[in-house]
Design a protein around this ligand. Structure first.
Ligand SMILES: Nc1ncnc2c1ncn2[C@@H]1O[C@H](COP(=O)(O)OP(=O)(O)O)[C@@H](O)[C@H]1O
Ligand SMILES: [Mg+2]
Length: 320
């Protein structure tokens, strides 16, 4: 089967001057939760709007659900939760889902049956007949997911589903996303909230200034950076001299780094330091977080002259 989304060299120039996307390649497999991660202004929403044909690309090759990007009939099989959406406050959750179901061309009888089903799926069944104005932000987002699911799509695009939602509401949304995946759907989530994606996504792409800098599973992305760190008491120079013959070992600020995940390979380093009466303080297996990968990806730009405001800040949130 073809990928859910497979695009190459997507470019978007707004009004001939803002280069929002600079040749984006991204591939989302069927049945996975894929996270598109990047700071505000990176171009995430622009990419999703191109997929949904809300805006036209300057340049774009590729497919969604096996059809060329821009193929309108395919959209009947795609659900969309836009960013910053506003539902009419005077409608109830059930009326919203019904309204969007009608727009999506879902027949009335099927809508009737599916409204309750979808609201239950997102845990909003109890609130079906309550007006939107009474809802919290998290409840509005969950109803937004229910409306995106009303036409039983294979692929759901969610743009910042947890933005502005409190921690409990975010967990609810993550649980909904997992349920949707368990039903065999593909989900693409845009987010500038790092910890969010780490918890729910099978694979991620890190987008910075209109380019995808990294793409893969967290395991793939962290693999080249994993290492052991042995901290010691003493000066770097003598330790470095002792360890000079050992492949790949580097010493800095009282820490010897060994580029391996194999604990057997660190024993000779410890033995060598100990043999020269150097006190070993600690040993730890280092594996970068998504946050670290992201900072590295952004950091590639920050040469001389890159001020603190060059990039919008990414939200670094404590994990619950
Ligand atoms: N309609 C528009 N007209 C002009 N510039 C836009 C428009 N929409 C977005 N941009 C610009 O394109 C860039 C990417 O925006 P966007 O795709 O919204 O990023 P993200 O969703 O990652 O925050 C930003 O510099 C933004 O200001
Ligand atoms: Mg956005």
């Amino acid at each position: 089967m073809t990928a859910a989304i497979d695009v190459q060299q997507v470019e978007k120039m707004y009004r001939g001057k803002i280069h929002a996307l600079r040749g984006v390649d991204m591939r989302v497999e069927r049945g996975e939760v894929f996270g598109l991660l990047g700071p505000n202004g990176a171009g995430k929403s622009t990419l999703v709007k191109i997929l949904m044909t809300v805006i036209s690309p300057t340049k774009c090759q590729g497919t969604m659900l096996g059809k060329p990007i821009g193929h309108k009939a395919t959209l009947a099989n795609v659900g969309y939760l836009p960013e910053h959406h506003r539902f009419p406050e005077y409608l109830t959750g059930a009326q919203i889902v019904d309204y969007f179901g009608a727009l999506a061309g879902t027949p009335r009888a099927e809508r009737k049956r599916r409204i309750g089903e979808m609201l239950d799926l997102v845990g909003m069944g109890r609130w079906a007949d309550t007006k939107i104005k009474q809802y919290s932000k998290g409840m509005r987002q969950r109803v937004g997911i229910a409306q995106a699911m009303i036409n039983d799509p294979d692929l759901i695009l969610m743009d910042e589903p947890t933005d502005g939602v409190d921690p409990v509401g975010r967990k609810d949304i993550r649980d909904v996303v997992r349920t949707i995946r368990d039903r065999g759907k593909t989900v693409l989530i845009n987010s500038h909230l790092l910890s969010e994606l780490e918890m729910v996504c099978d694979r991620v792409a890190i987008m910075v200034q209109g380019e995808v800098r990294q793409q893969g599973s967290l395991d793939d992305l962290t693999e080249p950076h994993r290492r052991y760190e042995v901290s010691f008491v003493g000066d770097d120079q003598s330790a470095a001299a002792l360890l000079a013959g050992m492949e790949g070992v580097s010493v800095e600020a009282g820490i010897a780094s060994i580029p391996t995940e194999d604990p057997n390979r660190i024993q000779p380093v410890i033995d060598c330091l100990r043999a020269s009466q150097i006190v070993v303080k600690g040993v730890r297996a280092y594996r970068p977080s998504l946050e670290q990968l992201f900072l590295d990806a952004v950091g590639e730009d920050s040469g001389p002259g890159a001020g603190p405001n060059k990039h919008s800040r990414m939200h670094m949130e404590a994990r619950p």
